[in-house]
Design a protein around this ligand. Structure first.
Ligand code: FMN
Length: 420
């Protein structure tokens, strides 16, 4: 039976109007996955390709994927004044891939086709995902154009490093389509917020650690890494340099951030020790194992007598408390944040556990979530923010991108307070 309109599931971008500009780069075909990712989340997508980009991917692809007509010139649909209307109605404009030539035209304020005209008209956020050869990306003209566009508030997703069009490799590759869609979601979730983390280095841990039992088995937890990666994305959207210490997660790392991969609690601790001296803010969002087994060098065999196996686990280091204890007054990280994923028990509710944890750890900010109510792996979250005394200083609920921005508001505020 066909689903009735009321039973159609709502996506996180339901009713959001996104113009996807496509330029004449070899990565144009990847924009098809971006359009699909946006429409699957409920967005109303209008694809506006440049004339040259139609050499790479034709209008039929864009019309079929977006379910909307496709135009490139300001001289089409003249009766509906499309060159003004599209930009006025958009909630965001995303250009993927953005070529060197397009970036130069956008910097100049050209309006010689429908895409550049829409850029001049819109007051919505503009996101560029450049892709080109390393030489073009590093050319002083492109560097200057990017700096000017960023200074005007345009979001530019740093290209990735990897295989380029020919046989060469280097910086200039388009980030993964899923990472571009998620970046767009974070920009939309950031609302009117400015680039208030510009000039700061934010280090974030995410995912769940994996403790090796033997060469084939690990002990781990249910953390998906979605909250920590949403924080990393949010901090990057707000202008920070971001290093993400990612433990064993299968989640797509955000575009534009440096990723350090780790496995165990001990690995994560070493990575944090390496980075803490250069971090302005350090957010510990990873689910770090509290216990670790002794690792067997060979696979532990099944017992013939069915006597079972008893594991002896030892406590791992308390990384958050260690960080706070090591920090000398006025030293980095200037802001230390932790997470408390708690459940209640027969004596104490989850919030009371979190308040106790906040007081014991002494971090500048602790984000508490009640994991008896919020399933791991969910796209939504509910956070309560506590200060070092365990006092509630705020709360947020919504998508993981939305609650990340609410948490980053506190981080940005703490960073300025520390300055003053
Ligand atoms: C095969 C091929 C691949 C290209 N790839 C890129 C690219 O990845 N990035 C880029 O900036 N230009 C690339 N170009 C050059 C642009 O297509 C050219 O600058 C064009 O004028 C850009 O038009 P547009 O910005 O209006 O889309 C490529 C050209 C060709 C022929």
């Amino acid at each position: 039976m066909p689903a009735s309109p009321s039973s159609v599931p709502r996506g996180p971008l339901d009713g959001i109007r996104v113009i996807v500009g496509v330029c004449a780069g070899i990565a144009a075909y990847k924009a098809a996955h971006v359009v699909r990712g946006l429409t699957e989340r409920g967005a109303d997508v209008r694809v506006v390709p440049t004339q040259s980009s139609l050499e790479f991917v034709g209008t039929a692809t864009w019309e079929a994927l977006s379910h909307n007509p496709v135009r490139t010139s300001v001289f089409e649909d003249v009766d509906s004044v499309a060159h003004v209307r599209l930009g006025q109605e958009a909630d965001a404009i995303l250009v993927v891939p953005a070529t060197a030539d397009f970036i130069a035209r956008a910097r100049m304020g050209s309006a010689d086709d429908l895409l550049t005209a829409s850029l001049l008209v819109t007051r919505a956020p503009v996101i560029l995902a450049p892709a080109m050869h390393t030489e073009m990306w590093e050319h002083p003209a492109t560097r200057e154009n990017i700096d000017v566009l960023r200074s005007r508030g345009v979001h530019v997703i740093e290209p990735a490093s990897g295989r380029l069009t020919g046989r060469d490799t280097g910086v200039g590759r388009l980030p993964e389509p899923e990472a571009i869609v998620q970046f767009t979601q974070s920009v939309l979730a950031s609302g009117e917020r400015a680039r208030d983390l510009e000039g700061s280095h934010v280090v974030i841990t995410a995912g769940g650690t994996r403790e090796e039992l033997d060469p084939v088995r690990v002990l781990t937890n249910h953390s998906s890494g979605k909250q920590g990666t949403a924080l990393a994305r949010g901090a990057y959207v707000r202008g920070a340099r971001v290093t993400l210490v990612l433990a064993g997660a299968s989640v797509e790392p955000p575009a534009g951030v440096e990723v350090v991969r780790v496995e165990s609690a001990a690995d994560l601790s070493s990575a944090v020790r390496r980075l803490e001296g250069e971090a302005d803010a350090l957010i510990m969002a990873a689910a770090v194992s509290d216990f670790t087994p002794e690792t067997s060098e060979s696979k532990i065999k099944k017992r013939e007598d069915e006597s079972g196996l008893t594991l002896h686990l030892t406590e791992t280091e308390d990384i958050l408390r260690g960080l706070v204890e090591r920090r000398a007054p006025g030293q980095r990280p200037r802001v230390i944040c932790g997470f408390a994923a708690e459940t209640g028990d027969e004596h104490t509710n989850a919030l009371a556990h979190a308040k106790r944890k906040a007081q014991a750890k002494g971090a500048d900010l602790l984000a508490f979530n009640d994991v008896s109510e919020n399933a791991f792996g969910s796209d939504r979250n509910e956070l309560t923010f506590l200060d070092a005394h365990g006092e509630i200083i705020g709360a947020a609920s919504g998508s993981k991108d939305e609650v990340s921005h609410a948490m980053l508001d506190h981080v940005a505020e703490l960073l300025t307070r520390d300055h003053g």
